[in-house]
Each structure stands twice: as structure tokens, then as C-alpha cells.
Design a binder for this molecule. Structure first.
Ligand SMILES: *[C@@H]1O[C@H](CO)[C@@H](O)[C@H](O)[C@H]1NC(C)=O
Ligand SMILES: *[C@@H]1O[C@H](CO)[C@@H](O)[C@H](O)[C@H]1NC(C)=O
Ligand SMILES: [Zn+2]
Length: 420
């Protein structure tokens, strides 16, 4: 603490002497995402390491992801600080209503044309300001932006298995050596759990608790690894996620939604993604927009939106990629087009105001307060916080540092330098 203050005074003197701020290096930053970690998953499981990290750092009560609450859109909001309508990664699937193209999530991870829509993610912004960055499995990290790639990228294989604890630790070791031996400044590290178990078994299944304990052990391993690599004083860590998870309602408890009962989809729509959990999109055939809207509005347990009437706080309406009609099922209901082929026991993609869609935020490291419980905030505000931690100039974004700055030990300090 004392050393940091002295360093600050030296830096402040240098700033004054030069007449403009020096580009003083920030600490290093590791952003970890555990996919589908609902905000309350640690409350019914013993999680000694998460508890300890809360004592040593920040724990937000919960975090609200952007609408829509899906993996690619939400991760890309975190790493760009832009709403989904701006960054245009509008689904986990890559699609094109004109050609009827549909490419599943894992294959999109190498498709620049899906991610590179003119918005600049943090890796690229940081690299352009002299930092060294890497992406380990993180969605959006494996493509190029305006021709520019992330300095180091490790991609999942298409059939990568998510829950191998040994591999999880190896990945941490690799990342730690990048920081300590190769002087990387920013690494984003992604884990596909607990999302995978949440989908297959449901959030209330005992296996979900088991995977949370595995994550907890992994975070204990991370703490040790940070110390082993002597990074405790120079590495900030943010632990985040993209959305929560809810139990899918099924027969005989509920009548499942089959949209073709209300609308002849073959006749009325030229494009659709309706068999993908609770969030559906479709393009009516020319002149059939009102007919489609009226018919689907009669289906129970769904909300239908014309694109131009989508609530402003969804931040979706301006998207060029989004088709004209959006269908959002009520929490836990699943959309089906014609047949029920759906097998998930848990899902997300529902309204981001639902508590089951809320997710986690933890942080620790030299720049974070200790033992600090933060009020809830929107995940969009993580981006300016990361820029502040790395001491880089953010790209245009929709977050606000004023929301997350209070997590920092020395918030506003550099602004308080008065040159005589
Ligand atoms: C888990 O990962 C380790 C290390 O990468 C590997 O040696 C092992 O075969 C994997 N286990 C399974 C079941 O895939
Ligand atoms: C989000 O940020 C971009 C870039 O600054 C801006 O063009 C856009 O209007 C912002 N969106 C909202 C809803 O403020
Ligand atoms: Zn996800």
C-alpha cells in the first residue's frame, strides 16, 4: 500500500513536469468468464475459495447481462462495452435471413464476418495502445477485427469437452506463464461451465452443485498459481459470466408452446430461428408482418415484438441484423416451431430483468477494494472499468465508469493531481 502511494506521488510529479499525463503502465488484467454462472449458484454450495476471494476483493450482489441473455451477444457486450444493437452479435448462431444461412455457435467462433462489425473489442484497443493481449477460448477472441488479430489466441476444438478439471488447471498455468514470462497485459479466459451442466441437468440438479465446487477448487488453484508466479501485486482478476439459467417448464406441468398452431409458418415466414430456447426471431414474407405479429401474439406465455417497438432498454431495436419480429417466451417456457425436439432442462435467453438471468461479478487484485460488496450493476459497465485498470483510452462505448469506479481502491486519484 505504502509503495503504491509513493509510486503515485512520483508519477504525479512526472505528470506535472511533463505538463501532460504520462502513459504509466497499469497493472495486468485477467478476465475470466464462467459461462452461465447464475448470480446465486454459490448460495447453496460450500465455496470456501469464492468466500475467501470475496473477503480479499469485490463481490457484486448480482450483475444484469444485456438483453439478449445469450453467450455470444453477452460476452461481446462485456468485451466491447457496447449494446447488442451496436455490436450486432445478435444471436449465438450466425444467420442470414436472405440466404437462410444458419451456422451453430461453435463454428461461428472462427467467422470474422459474424463478429467484426465495426465495433472494436478490448483486445484490439489495448494492442493499439501498446499492450500485449491474449484470448483463451473467449468468444470473439478467435477472429480478426479490421484485419487485426489478438496477439495470442487459443481456440476450442469443435468437440472440446468442458468439464475436465485437470485441463482447467493447465489452462491457468499457461495463462500465468504468459503473464509472468512473456509479459502479457490482458488475458481473457473462458470456461464452458456451469452452462453446460445447467442446460443438460437443470439449475436445481445436484450436478450443478458439483460443478460449482469444481469451479471453486479451480479458483483456489488460481490463487495459488498467482502467488507461485509472483503476480499477486501486479495482476487484477475479474471473474464474470454472461447470463444465468432457469429450469425449463415441461409437460405435464405446462403446455409446451408450438408456434405453428397459431401461425402457418411455411406460409407466413421466409426465415426463422424458433427452436432455440426462449428467444425466437423471424422474418415475415412480404406484406405479412401484421398477420405474423397478430397470430403469434395469441400464443400463450410469449411476448411478441415488432422490431421498431422493442422496448428501448433492450437496446436491440437499432440492430440491422435483427429480423423484423422477435418472440420472447416467459421465464422457463421454451419456443417450438412445429415439433418438440427440445431436450434442455435448463435454459437462458429470457428477459434480462428476470432474477434467474442475473449473473456474477467478483474481482480481486492490487487495484480493488477488499471485502467490498457492490450493489448490482449492468455488465456493460465492466468495459470502462477494464480500460481504467489497464490505463488505456477506451474505444467509444455505452458503459459508464462512474458505475464501477467505486470498486477501485484509488478511484479518481489520478484526476486529483493538481499541478502548481
Ligand atoms: C483431461 O485433461 C488432461 C490434461 O489435458 C488429459 O490428459 C486427460 O486425458 C483429460 N481427461 C479426459 C477424460 O478427457
Ligand atoms: C452506444 O455508444 C455508441 C458509440 O458511442 C453510440 O453511437 C450509441 O448511440 C450509444 N447507444 C446508446 C443507447 O446510447
Ligand atoms: Zn452462455
Amino acid at each position: 500500500m505504502k509503495m503504491r502511494l509513493e509510486l503515485f506521488l512520483v508519477v504525479a510529479a512526472a505528470v506535472c513536469a511533463a505538463g501532460k499525463p504520462l502513459n504509466t503502465a497499469g497493472n495486468k488484467l485477467l478476465l475470466i468468464s464462467f459461462d452461465g454462472f447464475r448470480w446465486d449458484y454459490d448460495q447453496d454450495v460450500d465455496t470456501p475459495n469464492l468466500d475467501q476471494l470475496a473477503e480479499e476483493g469485490i463481490k457484486a450482489k448480482y450483475v444484469t447481462p444485456p438483453m439478449l441473455t445469450m453467450t455470444s451477444p453477452s460476452h461481446f457486450t462485456t468485451i466491447t462495452g457496447r449494446w447488442v444493437e451496436d455490436h450486432e452479435v445478435i444471436h449465438n448462431m450466425m444467420f442470414n435471413p436472405k440466404t437462410n444461412l444458419k451456422i451453430p455457435f461453435r463454428q461461428t467462433l472462427k467467422k470474422s464476418e459474424w463478429w467484426d462489425t465495426g465495433v472494436q473489442p478490448l483486445w484490439i484497443t489495448a494492442q493499439n495502445q501498446g499492450l500485449k493481449t491474449a484470448s483463451f477460448f473467449y468468444p470473439g477472441g478467435g477472429v480478426t477485427y479490421n484485419g487485426q488479430a489478438v496477439n495470442r489466441v487459443i481456440m476450442r476444438s469443435i468437440n472440446h469437452k468442458y468439464a475436465n478439471e485437470t485441463e482447467w488447471r493447465e489452462n491457468i498455468d499457461k495463462v500465468m506463464s504468459w503473464f509472468s514470462e512473456e509479459d502479457f497485459d490482458l488475458v481473457t479466459l473462458y470456461y464452458g461451465e456451469p452452462d453446460n451442466v445447467g442446460h443438460r441437468k437443470g439449475p436445481d440438479h445436484p450436478d450443478r452443485k458439483t460443478i460449482i465446487q469444481q469451479i471453486d477448487r479451480t479458483l483456489g488453484y488460481l490463487r495459488e498459481a498467482i502467488a507461485r508466479h509472483q503476480l499477486s501485486d501486479s495482476l487484477n482478476v475479474i471473474i464474470s459470466s454472461d447470463h444465468g439459467m432457469t429450469t425449463v417448464k415441461k409437460k405435464p406441468q405446462v403446455n409446451e408452446i408450438i408456434l405453428n398452431k397459431y401461425l402457418n409458418l411455411f406460409g407466413a415466414a421466409s426465415f426463422e430461428i424458433l427452436d432455440y430456447g426462449g428467444f425466437g426471431i423471424l422474418t415475415p414474407k412480404p406484406g405479412k408482418e401484421q398477420e405474423v405479429y397478430d397470430a403469434l401474439s395469441k400464443a400463450p406465455n410469449v411476448k411478441v415484438y415488432k422490431k421498431e417497438e422493442i422496448p428501448e432498454d433492450f437496446h436491440l431495436a437499432k440492430s440491422k441484423r435483427l429480423p423484423p419480429i422477435v418472440v420472447v417466451a416467459d421465464l422457463g417456457y421454451n419456443l417450438n416451431s412445429r415439433l418438440i425436439v427440445y431436450v434442455n432442462r435448463g435454459d437462458h435467453g429470457y428477459h434480462n430483468g428476470e432474477m434467474d438471468m442475473k449473473t456474477i461479478f467478483r474481482a480481486f487484485g492490487p487495484d480493488f477494494k477488499r471485502n467490498f460488496v457492490s450493489e448490482p450493476f449492468d455488465s456493460i459497465h465492466i468495459y470502462p472499468l477494464m480500460c481504467k485498470l489497464l490505463q488505456i483510452e477506451p474505444a467509444p462505448h455505452n458503459g459508464s465508469l462512474s458505475v464501477t469506479e467505486n470498486l477501485l481502491l484509488h478511484s479518481g486519484e489520478s484526476d486529483s493531481v493538481v499541478c502548481q
